[in-house]
Design a protein around this ligand. Structure first.
Ligand code: C2E
Ligand code: CA
Ligand code: CA
Length: 531
């Protein structure tokens, strides 16, 4: 009995008197035997009323665990006694906890993971229901994280995710309830007891994203879009809530990113539309983009006699067999978000180059074609090869291809943008800065970015005939452009007055409905290619 490696303890079932204890038990539970707490420790291990069987002793004061086997037997003198056998399983327990911890922890950031989130959310939903209170769910997705990841490399993307995770953990009230769902998505659960603090917590999180992060060798800004739901009010199952919060978050993205959207009941129809569009877009891109068409809007040279066509801007159209016609402004943001802009954009690029080559070979060697490039495409590591291949495969002269880019990038990506555009330009391709005058554009960039064309945003043309500001703006851009030897193209000309004002300002290139809307290729060719 003294050598079995298990603690053995026998006591009279009626009087409770100890009849036997082996050496190991006496050694292990010396203190408990002395102050009479052993019986209680054993009693606490089994549920009330439970009899013989296997239990587990959780010895909290000592931080140890034991397997307990308890059985009622007849002692040598015939009386009934309780025999207890205790086996130390602390090492096993610690190991098990560690494994559990690992299974619930995100390896990269040390936050809890999706599995843990789902488990905890189920508990909190039940608690909120029981307490007849509300809890909150914040669903966050970093904006343009892909740019940082593709731009600086994964190791810096990882550093950013880690820094953001640490910042979350320091926010009061959510230290133990932030989860990384994968990629650049995070969830924060706000339990019922902190629900009254929800607005403060949201402010604290916004604050995290208001400051730049030092990565590689510069400061980078990273913003996030957040969807907010409450439970059980907005949803009372884990799957339903997470789905809804995701949809709300996407609404924040769609509205322009870097913002917070809240659940409302009419979101469901919206979300079904989005899910529909998502599925159909995936199908359409995997089907060789056959539902996508490229239209061409003529670009007119108004300084030449007769205002001839100088080429065209390629604009994508999606005619979905399931959803009907969808304008690009409605599906391009989603395509960027889903990573589908790359196949779609590559398709447009090839179609446009192929068409332009055909025009060049059929009497219009000077026609140029402009193709819009999304920032997401631009930051793909193989963008230069993709453009180079399009040139080779279609045989178009590089100087007849213009790539239009916007400045929707955070200031600090400029450095990288410059390098990429420089490489593309080495292929002989021209670069246009699109939508100039809106958003992030700054005059500094014009000087820094290797550029050939500045496209003035349509908004400046709207009241061009009366509005002095618009006039001076276009005049200024035109002068600036000529000073640095860049062309200027003004978009959105709808009336003859606008056309005349621009002509007077010595603007050379224009496009707009006044001349033509974007046309299917055949129509464009009938009108502008065949004489
Ligand atoms: P954007 O590059 O600024 O294209 C010009 C938009 O203005 C086009 O809209 C064109 O149809 C419209 N437009 C042209 N003339 C006039 C006019 O006189 N009045 C008015 N009100 N509008 C005029 P669209 O085709 O709907 O394209 C919208 C945006 O979608 C484009 O803006 C561009 O940012 C994006 N987009 C279109 N095709 C592609 C593509 O192939 N790839 C990428 N990445 N983006 C694209
Ligand atoms: Ca454009
Ligand atoms: Ca534009």
């Amino acid at each position: 009995m003294d050598n079995v490696g298990t603690c053995i303890y026998v006591k009279d079932s009626e009087t409770g008197k100890c009849l036997f204890a082996n050496k190991l038990l006496k050694r292990t539970f010396e203190l408990e035997l002395k102050n009479g707490t052993l019986d209680m420790l054993l009693a606490n291990a089994r549920p009330l009323g439970a009899k013989d069987g296997f239990y587990e002793v959780d010895h909290k004061e000592r931080g140890r665990w034991y397997d307990l086997y308890q059985v009622l037997i007849n002692w040598i003198d015939g009386r009934k006694v309780n025999l207890y056998a205790l086996y130390d399983i602390t090492d096993k327990k610690i190991y098990q906890k560690k494994i559990e911890q690992q299974a619930y922890t995100d390896f990269l950031t040390g936050l809890y993971n999706r599995m843990c989130c789902e488990r905890d959310l189920a508990v909190q939903i039940d608690r909120a229901k029981g307490l007849k209170q509300q809890g909150g769910l914040l669903y966050m997705d970093l904006d343009d994280f892909k740019h940082i990841n593709d731009g600086l490399g994964h190791q810096y993307g990882d550093v950013l995710l880690q820094s953001i995770s640490h910042a979350f953990q320091r926010v009061e009230g959510i230290g133990e309830t932030c989860y990384r769902m994968g990629g650049d998505e995070f969830i924060i659960i706000i339990p019922p007891e902190s629900f009254s603090q929800i607005e403060i917590i949201i402010e604290d999180i916004k604050e995290i994203f208001s400051k730049p992060w030092y990565l590689k060798d510069a400061d980078y800004y990273c913003t996030m879009s957040m969807g907010v739901c409450t439970f059980p009010h907005d949803g009372d199952t884990v799957a339903d809530l997470i789905k809804k919060a995701d949809i709300v978050m996407y609404e924040a993205k769609r509205a322009g990113k870097n913002r917070i959207a809240r659940y409302s009941s009419d979101l469901n129809s919206l979300s079904n539309k989005r899910l529909d569009m998502e599925k159909n877009m995936r199908d359409a891109t995997s089907d060789n983009c056959s539902e996508f068409n490229v239209y061409f809007q003529p670009i007119i040279d108004i300084q030449k006699p007769g205002a001839p066509c100088a080429g065209a801007e390629a604009l994508v159209r999606w005619n979905s067999s399931a959803l009907g016609f969808i304008p690009p402004a409605d599906f391009i943001p989603l395509a960027e978000y889903l990573g589908l802009i790359t196949p779609i954009g590559n398709y447009v690029l090839r179609e446009a180059c192929y068409a332009c080559k055909k025009w060049n070979d059929n009497g219009h060697p000077e026609y140029k074609v402009s193709v819009n490039l999304s920032v997401v495409q631009l930051l793909q590591s193989d963008i230069t090869e993709v453009v180079g291949r399009a040139l080779r495969d279609t045989g178009i002269r590089p100087e007849n291809l213009t790539l239009e880019v916007t400045e929707s990038l955070a200031i600090n990506d400029m450095k990288r943008m410059k390098v990429i555009l420089g490489e593309i330009r080495k292929l002989g391709v021209r670069i246009a800065l699109d939508d100039f005058g809106t958003g992030y554009s700054s005059l500094n960039h014009i000087r820094e970015i290797p550029l050939d064309v500045i496209k003035v945003d349509q908004s400046f043309v709207k009241d061009l005939a009366e509005d002095e500001y618009s006039q001076s703006f276009i005049k200024m851009v035109a002068e600036l452009a000529s000073a640095i030897d860049v062309s200027i193209c003004v978009e959105g000309i709808e009336t003859r007055e606008q056309y005349k004002v621009l002509e007077g300002m010595k603007v050379r290139l224009v496009q707009g409905y006044y001349f033509d809307k974007p046309l299917p290729r055949e129509e464009f060719e009938i009108k502008y290619v065949m004489e």
